[in-house]
Design a protein around this ligand. Structure first.
Ligand code: NAP
Ligand code: MG
Length: 492
């Protein structure tokens, strides 16, 4: 049985930990994929030391040379695509097709960031003084922590590590304990791409152990975190105490608004994909459908038919449309919200239970669930569930839909289906989310565009796209005086 190793200072090292947990396949819990060491804090400290030691030389390397290594990582990931997607499906549960999609997204991110290495640019500006000018530099900060969740364990690490490295920082990476295998492969790919020892270090361990060390160690100059709101606010607090940059991407409660003039088939298709794709375990998952009353019955009828036709099963089975919940904890959370939905009086349209009988008994499978007549204040309309559960809220007008869409603490993504351009652009203007989609699902994003949320979802800088570079760099302003004379004018 493989025990996943840590990658410290360019070497794969077995943890000295005496504490292990099993990495089990959520579609078949008889299958133990590997053993996960809960690494001690000393191993996290060794990783930070290695990252510190490698920083001066890495910082000096011209950015295009750093970018070439990221480009190489993209090529290697392309070669290892099927292997990586398989590991992802086996340990996280999403379907193999979804895993291939996530790996492709990661390749896109690496390609894009490799190109950005040639565009790390500041500004050149004129001066208030004659024969003077000024320019700005974007410079790395030092050792950066990346702390990532289990639901996109390939792409999220890539969209943090690649911009951190391209800009000249060195990295310590703590993957989610539930997804160590993909973390090992992603790290191997960066190693194969030729990174010098110590530039990227990966330590598997608990949030309260390795995670805390990667947040509180004085050598850490910035922290990029994706995960839950509880952990995010805890990390932000620590960052505030030490005055280090923190970036947090957290939960969502993403709405799709369906208007009377929508292409209903398109809206049904997009809502199914958004709500049940990746078993609803996406920060961008559609968890509320806000539907205009006049078309609600027809929309829900079509939606329920599509939801019931989804084939739930192990992600490696080619026929499966939807895989299991990631672990018993996530399964319990989903079952808990299903019970609350029923208790609070929402009408169960379909699903609503754990799947039993072979082969389901061995996995954490739940049925795709739709609740109708959900009111905006119900728990299932307000809290992130992170499972295949959709709450339908009926409304009379566009204004009411917009109001309800905005009336949650989160603000990651949203979507509207309508053929009325005035409504569509008003929605784009007034919806309180960091990303919005018109006539397409709430999910998905492209590597060259900013990604992230507002309000309770996102703290700080956007990820991906060119703006990603801003988080990983500090700006330095350089004043140049080429008069060779004592200054005549006021000095501020
Ligand atoms: P989580 O429990 O917050 O864990 C995220 C990461 O933080 C894991 O690596 C975890 O380690 C670590 N961690 C836990 N406690 C820590 C601490 N005290 N100090 C430092 N690190 C700590 O989140 P999750 O359950 O893995 O992921 C689900 C959440 O992520 C959902 O809320 C989802 O919406 C959000 N998400 C957001 C986005 C976005 O871009 N907005 C994208 C994907 C997911 P362990 O694994 O060892 O506990
Ligand atoms: Mg968690």
């Amino acid at each position: 049985m493989e025990t996943y190793k840590n990658f410290i200072n360019g070497e794969w090292i077995s943890s000295k930990s005496q504490k292990f947990v099993e990495n089990r396949n959520p579609a078949n819990t008889d299958e133990v994929l590997g053993m996960v060491a809960i690494s001690p804090i000393e191993e996290a400290q060794a990783a930070i030391k290695a990252a510190q030691a490698s920083y001066p030389a890495w910082r000096k390397l011209p950015p295009p040379q750093r970018g070439q290594m990221i480009a190489k990582a993209a090529l290697i990931m392309q070669e290892r695509k099927a292997e990586l997607a398989r590991a992802l499906t086996l340990e996280e549960g999403k379907t193999f097709k979804e895993s291939l999609g996530e790996v492709q997204k990661s390749i896109n991110v690496l390609e894009f960031m490799a190109g950005e290495s040639r565009r790390i640019a500041g500004e050149t500006l004129s001066s208030e003084l004659p024969s003077n000018f000024a320019y700005t530099l974007k410079q790395p900060m030092g050792v950066i922590s990346t702390i990532t969740p289990w639901n996109f364990p390939v792409s999220i690490p890539c969209w943090k590590i690649a911009p951190a490295l391209v800009t000249g920082n060195t990295v310590v990476f703590k993957p989610a304990t539930l997804t160590p295998w993909t973390a090992v492969i992603v790290t191997e790919i960066f190693q194969q791409a030729g990174l010098p020892a110590g530039v990227l270090n990966m330590v598997i361990g608990s949030g309260s152990g390795v995670g805390e060390e990667f947040v509180t160690n004085p050598a850490i100059r910035a922290i990029s975190f994706t995960g839950s709101n509880d952990v995010g606010s805890h990390i932000y607090n620590h960052g505030a105490k030490r005055m280090v940059k923190v970036q947090c991407e957290m939960g969502g409660k993403n709405p799709v608004v369906v208007m009377e003039d929508a292409d209903l088939e398109l809206a049904v298709e997009g809502t199914i994909m958004g709500a049940f794709g990746s078993t609803g375990q996406r920060c961008t998952a559609t968890s509320r459908a806000i539907v205009v009353e006049t078309i609600a019955d027809q929309f829900i009828r079509q939606l329920a038919a599509r939801a019931q036709a989804l084939r739930v099963g192990p992600g490696m089975e080619p026929n499966s449309d939807m895989g299991p919940a990631v672990d018993p904890g996530q399964l319990d959370t989903v079952l808990h919200y299903l019970a609350i939905g029923k208790q609070e009086g929402a009408k169960l349209v379909c699903g609503g239970e754990r799947l039993t009988g072979p082969p389901y008994d061995k996995g954490y499978f739940v049925t795709p669930t739709i609740f109708d007549y959900v009111t905006p204040q119900m728990t299932i309309a307000q809290e992130e569930i992170f499972g295949p559960v959709l709450a339908v809220i009926r409304v009379k007008t566009f204004e009411e839909a917009l109001d309800i869409a905005n009336n949650v603490k989160y603000g990651l993504t949203s979507s509207i289906y309508s053929s009325d351009t005035a409504k569509v652009f008003r929605f784009a203007d007034e919806i309180e989310t960091g990303i919005t989609h018109i006539n397409s699902p709430t999910v998905g994003g492209e590597a060259h565009l900013p990604f992230g949320g507002i309000k309770g979802t996102g703290m700080g800088w956007r990820e991906q796209g060119r703006t990603a570079i801003d988080f990983y760099t500090e700006i330095k302003t350089v004043y140049v005086d080429y008069t060779g004379q004592r200054r005549q004018s006021n000095l501020y």
